[in-house]
Ligand binder design. Structure first.
Ligand code: ZN
Ligand code: CU
Length: 487
């Protein structure tokens, strides 16, 4: 078995413990030894560099990206070795409904077909991507398959169908259930429906992850509902992209963090994830629903087009500037975008930096990029740089928390929460998903104007012991696995 040694690295082991200088030996797909190691076939001088477990991106929409862009270099170059996909209610099965979501993110891609979550994971087994992929079962997809876009509660037969598809996913190895309660059709589901479905996870360790109903002025009620689902169903909870959306809601995260603390004190296993930016990104149609909903409306100037199927020249323009260029009123312009590009994605400048810092500092927060992997457009730069940004901007430059703590939030903490056995830690016998980075240089470099720019300071990335990034350059090796939860 081939042996590689990372010599004199500063080891951040993922537990949050203080770093220490050691050699790390890799043998096959495992960490063979941490300590003083003799000469090996491959020697990598890591003096002055940090080595950490490969980063775990707990909030992604990469199920289809792993199929259409299997090299996954946009993630590997940020140090990410594992992606949890299927968030916000959007799953990868049943295929017919899942592919309607997939076409939003990959409008021009030809997709192979699979049956169920088992079929999706088998596809990855046969065509390994660059990163490991685990999936959540998406409630929106289940509901679309069972009852189309109809509002109101499911019939008994429709509920049986959703449960059967959810069970299929869990038995195939999914890591839990996600909802997207602002999107069609998830928004039609009431709490009881979600509790009934989430109850199927009880005892399996599977997590209930939710893009909540209202992240604006209704944030606290939404956090209450989400934690309530977890308590009623008896399952762990993950609040997706924890934030206060829109000026009228700024500051509310102080209280939402308190709700999390109170629930944890009652024994609820509840955490959140966050992308480290003051702008979000989603489909335009979902944003307009929110501007018309409760609270202060968004400013149209804060909405910038990220990707379209056929209007590349619109990408990067705010609504008012596009309206001016097209010589239209802003409302007419929006109507035109929705008519010609119903699946257009946008970037929305909607958060307060102080809230972003408060949430990030809190020990309940993991890192989830929520990147939209539409590589052809101008996706939110979080797709490329979330992890480097937390380490460089927030841990090193702003001192929000220690580097060891930042690494823990992107490795050991999520591995424990989601049951990613053998990952997220550096210890003998663990799987050799590793990232070697320069703590003095690491930083994201993408901007909203030029998102396609990879972080600085990520030197080497190993996936299952295979070198996937060497000296900052992807090797083309696709050593990712389809991960299955073992219960
Ligand atoms: Zn979401
Ligand atoms: Cu999401």
């Amino acid at each position: 078995m081939s042996q590689t040694v990372l010599r004199n690295a500063v080891v951040y082991d993922g537990t949050g413990a203080e770093p220490r200088q050691e050699d790390v030996a890799i043998s096959g797909d495992r960490i063979h030894r941490v300590g003083t190691v003799g000469r090996a076939e491959v020697e990598i001088d890591a003096s002055g560099l940090a080595v950490a477990p490969g980063f775990i991106d707990v909030h992604t929409h990469d199920d289809f990206a792993a199929v259409v862009h299997p090299d996954m270099t946009f993630k590997l170059r940020d140090g990410v070795t594992t992606c949890l996909a299927g968030n916000c209610g959007m799953g990868c099965a049943p295929f017919a409904e899942a592919s309607t979501f997939a076409r939003i993110f990959h409008p021009h891609a030809a997709l192979p077909e699979w049956t169920g979550y088992a079929g999706y994971l088998a596809h990855l087994d046969a065509h390994p991507p660059g990163t490991n992929i685990g999936v959540l079962v998406g409630h929106g997809t289940l509901r679309l398959a069972a009852m189309g876009s109809t509002a109101g509660p499911p019939s008994a037969a429709q509920m049986r169908r959703m449960k059967a598809d959810l069970t299929e996913g869990l038995e195939a190895g999914a890591f839990g259930l996600s909802t997207g309660l602002v999107y069609e059709p998830g928004c039609y589901a009431e709490e009881d429906e979600i509790v009934e479905l989430a109850s199927i996870l009880r005892g399996t360790g599977g997590v209930y992850a939710s893009h909540m109903r209202d992240e604006g002025t209704g944030l606290l009620a939404s956090v209450g509902e989400t934690i309530g689902v977890g308590e009623r169903a008896g399952v762990p909870v993950q609040i997706s992209h924890h934030k206060a959306f829109g000026r009228a809601a700024w500051g509310l995260v102080e209280q939402s963090l308190r709700l999390i603390e109170e629930a944890q004190a009652r024994g609820v296993d509840v955490h959140a994830d966050q992308y480290p930016y003051t702008a979000g990104s989603t489909v335009l149609s979902a944003v307009l629903g929110r501007t018309l909903g409760s609270g202060e409306p968004l400013r149209l100037a804060d909405i910038v087009i990220a990707s379209t199927a056929a209007h590349a020249d619109w990408e990067g323009e705010s609504i008012p500037s596009l309206a001016a260029r097209l010589r239209e009123e802003p409302t007419a312009c929006i109507a035109r975008i929705l008519a010609e590009e119903p699946d257009a994605t946008v970037i929305v400048h909607s958060m307060d930096e102080r809230d972003v810092s408060r949430v990030l500092r809190h020990p309940s927060t993991m890192i989830g990029s929520d990147g939209i992997p539409t590589l052809e457009g101008r996706p939110h730069p979080r797709l490329f740089g979330s992890f480097s940004r937390v380490l460089g901007r927030y841990a090193r430059d702003q001192g929000l928390f220690s580097l060891a703590e930042a690494v823990h939030r992107m490795t050991g903490l999520p591995a424990g929460k989601f049951g990613l056995a053998g990952r997220g830690v550096i210890r003998e016998g663990a799987i050799a998903d590793l990232v070697v980075f320069d703590p003095a240089r690491i930083i994201d470099t993408g901007t909203f104007e030029e998102p396609h720019s990879h972080p600085r300071g990520i030197e080497h990335v190993f996936v299952g012991g295979a070198l996937a990034v060497r000296a900052g350059t992807p090797t083309g090796v696709r050593a990712g696995r389809a991960l299955r939860r073992i219960s």
